[in-house]
Design a protein around this ligand. Structure first.
Ligand code: GDP
Length: 329
């Protein structure tokens, strides 16, 4: 029988990768789209004509109940969130409501529609729940047992969603799992994130469309993987016999400076300093200095393996942006 999946956050980066993966696997895919005249609706319909879009909002549980009655999903992927760390400092309450309570609304909607024993639920948790090695220093990077210490309203809201997912699993026996994903990037990443901001600027500098890029702090380090690899891990988590939580990461960490090195080398520039200006507007009230994940459990239990490495990721993103920007020229 054809499996049915419902994705919240279908218009986001991971939603796009996942819609493609599930479509290729023959799923009937439903996506929740928020708001009248959502500007991303058309692009989503054009790229994924097989996805059935349902208007609903994570803030409105009755709309989620209706969405579940229409989609009758076997699997739900809760990717919808206010997902930008910097923005969450500007709008902490909305972040708490959407990113934190939105997950609870969906879990309750599943129970109210009698799905707690049949629906498999994936919650998009994040390495931002850990918050930096000064609080917790595991040898090989953070794993599923590491202590949390979120450093932003986003991280705090995601931690609530993480625990309420676990709580519904323990309280009601739901197949509800949480994937703790380290930063994952790619050609679908929004330009508000540092990797895409850099690759987009690098492409535009190469094409003579701009002469510099303004960034915040350059020393923070992240464990950056490719989003296309990570949605495969999400899917695998829902195919297990027993619900459990998993870290997805590369096991490597790199600074923004290292990302700049590789991105500018891709267009033949060895010294990027003349092209990068620091602007305090892009610095955060609290920063996560270093993120490094240990994917051992996902590799051994799920058989998950990332395919794109760090240089491969930077290259893929710069090449994509060169192609897009040269069309805009
Ligand atoms: P995050 O790890 O989820 O916060 O992903 P981001 O891509 O937004 O940020 C990664 C790191 O880059 C953080 O340490 C930011 O403070 C840093 N950073 C430096 N300059 C910028 C910038 O101009 N934009 C963004 N988004 N981040 C920046």
């Amino acid at each position: 029988m054809t499996k049915r999946a419902l994705i919240t956050g279908i218009t986001g980066q991971d939603g796009g990768h996942l819609a493609k993966l599930l479509g290729d696997k023959g799923y009937e895919v439903y996506g929740i789209i928020r708001g009248q005249q959502n500007p991303k609706r058309r692009a989503t319909e054009e790229e994924f004509p097989y996805v059935k879009l349902i208007e609903a909002d994570l803030l409105d549980m009755s709309s989620l109940v209706r969405a579940l009655q229409i989609a009758k999903p076997d699997e739900i992927y809760n990717l919808g969130a206010i997902s930008h760390v910097g923005y969450s400092f500007k709008d902490p309450q909305l972040t708490a409501d959407v990113t934190g309570k939105g997950c609870l609304n969906m879990l309750e909607a599943i129970r109210l529609t009698g799905g707690e024993k049949t629906v498999r639920f994936y919650q998009a948790s994040t390495s931002e729940m850990f918050g930096g090695l000064e609080y917790n220093r595991p040898e090989k990077g953070y794993n599923e047992e590491s202590q949390f210490h979120p450093r932003s309203p986003y991280g705090v809201a995601k931690l609530y969603a993480h625990w309420i997912t676990k709580n519904y699993r323990e309280s009601y026996g739901m197949f509800a799992v949480s994937g703790i994903l380290f930063n994952h990037e790619g050609e679908r990443r929004g330009v508000e994130f540092v990797t895409r901001k850099i690759t987009n600027a690098v492409a535009r500098i190469k094409l003579g469309l701009q002469d510099h890029v303004e960034l915040g702090d350059l020393w923070p380090k992240r464990d950056w993987g490719y989003a296309g690899d990570y949605v495969e891990g999400m899917w695998r988590m829902l195919q297990q016999d027993k619900p459990d939580d998993f870290v997805l990461a590369t096991g490597e960490t790199h600074s923004i400076e290292e990302f700049l090195d590789l991105a500018f080398k891709e267009i033949g520039i060895d010294d990027w300093k003349p092209y990068v200006k620091q602007n305090p507007a892009f610095m955060r009230p609290a920063e996560v200095d270093l993120l490094l994940g240990d994917p051992t459990k996902a590799e051994t239990v799920l058989g998950w393996q990332r395919e794109v490495d760090f240089p491969g990721l930077v290259k893929l993103m710069v090449q994509h942006d060169l192609e897009i920007e040269s069309q805009n020229k």
